[in-house]
Design a protein around this ligand. Structure first.
Ligand code: 4NP
Length: 162
């Protein structure tokens, strides 16, 4: 099973999502069975590492995301990934425009998919301070745990193969 998490710049939220999800998956019975990647709908930061505040925030929580590099979401990603999770409603709209009707079944707003309805979108911390990154981490890590729980449930139901 392959998961892709998407935000706008791929330097703040989606690298944090990727790091938190990887860490929670590695500590779960799904370890080794689910891979995670991230991308941005925009191209401004392609090739760059995550924002230094995102790297520092993840590091405070024991997760190393310094080696990640930003890339832009492509249409072909919808053939390569089983789920494409968007951080906010704008990312969902832009990703839906990119893929058209073909890939919509794989496309979700991440927090509601994980059972978190409020907030439904992950706020963009790019123009905020360190506290905004901490708030994003709290949200992202809760969603990562809920995602593992849902995937485990789906695996038990036979929706995910071995
Ligand atoms: P992200 O945050 O979508 O969480 O990576 C942003 C990073 C950069 C920009 C916007 C949002 N930007 O406009 O450059």
């Amino acid at each position: 099973m392959k998961l892709l998490v998407v935000c706008l710049g791929n330097i703040c939220r989606s690298p944090m999502l990727e790091g938190a999800l990887r860490a929670r998956l590695a500590a779960s019975p799904l370890s080794g069975r689910v891979s995670v990647d991230s991308a941005g709908t925009g191209d401004w930061h392609v090739g760059e590492p995550p924002d230094r505040r995102a790297i520092a925030c993840a590091a405070r929580h024991g997760v190393d995301i310094a080696g990640l590099r930003a890339r832009q979401l492509q249409r072909v990603d919808f053939d390569r990934f089983d789920h494409v999770f968007c951080a906010d409603a704008n990312n969902l709209r832009d990703a839906a425009r990119l893929v058209g009707t073909a890939g919509q079944a794989r496309l979700s707003l991440w927090l509601p998919w994980a059972g978190i309805e409020t907030p439904a979108s992950i706020p963009d911390p790019y123009t905020g301070g360190e506290d905004h990154f901490e708030q994003v981490w709290t949200l992202v890590d809760a969603a990562a745990q809920a995602t593992v729980a849902r995937l485990l449930h789906d695996a038990d139901s036979g929706i995910i193969g071995p």
